[in-house]
Design a protein around this ligand. Structure first.
Ligand SMILES: Nc1ncnc2c1ncn2[C@@H]1O[C@H](COP(=O)(O)OP(=O)(O)OP(=O)(O)O)[C@@H](O)[C@H]1O
Length: 217
């Protein structure tokens, strides 16, 4: 296993402009390695989604350093950060934002450069979607929409997989399926971080990191 962290956030902080009086993420350092699934936990509003957004290069921190793949990213130009995100990160957001009238296959095709994309049907099979891959996404069960969202995060063959509350609203069977795939991805050598309130992930995680309650800084 590569012992150098794949994700390293050094003393990052964040306040959103629209709610500037509130600290969304108090000073936090966080790192995760290749080959591990890290469970990011902490009370509601402690900044789990914000931290994932910073690690995904979607959210800019106000201070601190963001290192991905051994390279400092927060000082790169915007275009460089976008490229790094596309090449390194697969993000499964809290809300899936799938296009409802398209099929699962079409949603996957839309989300990445076709020259680099893994075959959608293979990825969908990996998460347990076979016969429903070509039907409209809004006709899928919630569990299958979540599986589709996970498959979509994998189209660029990312070294880093970030999942935000991936088991929200799922029954035990679907939750186990999602967590099993996330664990397999870590066992393949990817760096996987799961932000979740759901204790069912504990069984699949190598370790957990808890963010402190909001207002503690
Ligand atoms: N886009 C945004 N604009 C303004 N404030 C935001 C935004 N996103 C999050 N916040 C605020 O930042 C704080 C941290 O939110 P965040 O979603 O990162 O926490 P969380 O730990 O993921 O919460 P939850 O477990 O409820 O998803 C909260 O006070 C939240 O209201």
């Amino acid at each position: 296993m590569d012992s150098k962290p794949v994700i390293e956030l050094r003393a990052v902080t964040k306040r959103y402009r629209t709610d500037h009086h509130r600290v969304a993420l108090p000073t936090v350092s966080f790192s995760a390695n290749a080959g591990e699934l890290v469970w990011l936990t902490g009370p509601s509003g402690s900044g789990k989604s914000t931290l994932l957004g910073i690690a995904a290069l979607v959210t800019e921190p106000d201070s601190g350093e963001v290192w991905l793949g051994g390279v400092r990213r927060d000082t790169e130009r915007r275009a460089g950060r976008i490229l790094a995100r596309q090449q390194l990160v697969g993000l499964m957001p809290q809300t899936s934002h799938l296009i409802p009238e398209l099929s699962a296959v079409q949603n996957l095709r839309l989300s990445s450069d076709p020259r680099r994309a893994a075959r959608p049907t293979r990825l969908l099979r990996r998460v347990g979607i076979t016969h429903s891959a070509h039907g409209r996404v809004d006709d899928l069960r919630h569990g299958d929409q979540t599986r589709t969202s996970l498959a979509r995060a994998l189209v660029g063959d990312p070294a880093i997989v970030l999942a935000d509350e991936p088991s929200a609203g799922l029954d035990d069977t679907d939750a186990a399926a999602i967590f099993s795939v996330l664990r397999e991805l870590a066992d393949e050598g990817r760096c996987v971080v799961v932000a979740s309130h759901d204790r069912r992930v504990e069984h699949y995680a190598h370790r957990s990191v808890a963010l402190a309650a909001a207002g503690s800084e």
